[in-house]
Design a protein around this ligand. Structure first.
Ligand code: NAD
Length: 300
């Protein structure tokens, strides 16, 4: 097999030019899509992620705000800041960069974000809409996985998809999206026995664990499509995924590298969700109430 290395950077560039056009169309109607990124405390990786997200906003013409809050901020004050952004008409999307300091209840903080502005898709309402087959704001990383498959012409319909890792942020929503696209899905997690028995049966293999070289070419079915979501920094400073990439070559039909695979597409999905939120707002379809939001989806 001659493995095609998927170029996530090139795919995201293409997508971003479409997004810039959508943002410009909205601006022509007097709506400039806006994103607020909330960062609590100092976390070196978060700093880089937030900076990259804000830079990407500027590139496609979105308004963005960096809400940098002190590590010591009391939870009620943080919740009040989020509520103020919920009411701010310049802001269509709000994200809370994770991880939050341990003393804060992350679930409570994420639930304070208005579902209609929840461009990370972490609010239980949006998670529920996805689980019941009416996705509205899909978490950006699994959305990136699906966008890559689509751009590569890989149709999950009636294929066996194996997702390794079952977090709420990546693995679980990725499994739901693959299921909705007609795949038969196996969802592996830390308790899974004989992981290789599962991965070897995958036509589409998505790996999102956070362990370098967890999956090697010997665990992959020849011709499978492998999407590596993992980002791991080795002691020597090198960034690698969860797959031993060199060993996939000659086995997988297509595979994403790390870096340059899922990462750039994830940011593009955040921009897409923010523009989508602004489009809904411009059409007067931004309900403040969770219940209203559900009704709108059912009517759509
Ligand atoms: P997480 O720690 O929340 O979840 C890891 C999951 O892997 C859990 O469900 C756990 O049960 C499972 N797991 C652990 N060990 C396992 C094993 N040996 N076999 C099978 N499953 C196992 O992590 P996360 O937030 O889902 O992130 C996963 C990876 O993806 C991390 O490396 C993270 O940095 C990366 N990530 C990348 C992007 C991106 O934009 N590319 C975005 C988010 C996360």
């Amino acid at each position: 097999v001659d493995t095609h290395v998927i170029d996530g950077t090139a795919l995201s560039r293409r997508l971003r030019s479409d997004l810039a056009a959508r943002a410009a169309a909205l601006a022509g109607r007097g709506v400039r899509p806006g994103l607020a990124a909330i960062e609590v405390g100092e976390h070196p990786a978060s700093r880089v992620y937030v900076r990259n997200k804000l830079k990407a906003c500027a590139e496609v013409g979105l308004h963005s705000e960096h809400v940098a809050l002190p590590d010591t901020i009391p939870e009620p004050e943080l919740l009040a800041r989020i509520r103020a952004l919920n009411e701010d008409p310049r802001v269509h999307g709000i994200l809370v960069q994770l991880p939050l300091p341990k003393r804060l209840a992350a679930e409570r903080v994420l639930q304070a974000v208005a579902p209609a502005k929840d461009v990370d898709g972490f609010h239980p309402l949006n998670a529920g809409l996805l689980a019941t087959g009416h996705p509205r704001f899909v978490p950006c990383t699994p959305a990136a996985v699906m966008a890559i498959l689509e751009a590569e012409g890989v149709n999950p319909w009636a294929r066996h998809a194996v997702v390794v890792g079952a977090s709420n942020i990546v693995g679980k929503p990725a499994a739901l999206l693959l299921l909705q696209r007609g795949a038969t899905v196996t969802l592996c997690n830390s308790k899974t026995k004989d992981l290789a028995d599962h991965t070897a049966r995958a036509d589409i293999l998505v790996v999102a664990v956070g362990k370098p070289r967890l999956v090697t070419g010997a665990m992959v079915k020849p011709g499978a499509v492998v999407i590596d979501v993992g980002i791991n920094r080795l002691p020597d400073g090198k960034l690698v995924g969860d797959c031993d990439f060199p060993s996939l070559l000659g086995v997988a039909s297509r595979a994403t590298p790390v870096p340059g695979g899922v990462g750039p597409m994830t940011i593009a999905m955040l921009l897409a969700n923010t523009i989508h939120a602004a489009e809904l707002a411009a059409e007067g379809r931004t309900p403040g109430q969770a219940g209203e939001a559900l009704l709108q989806v059912q009517r759509a």
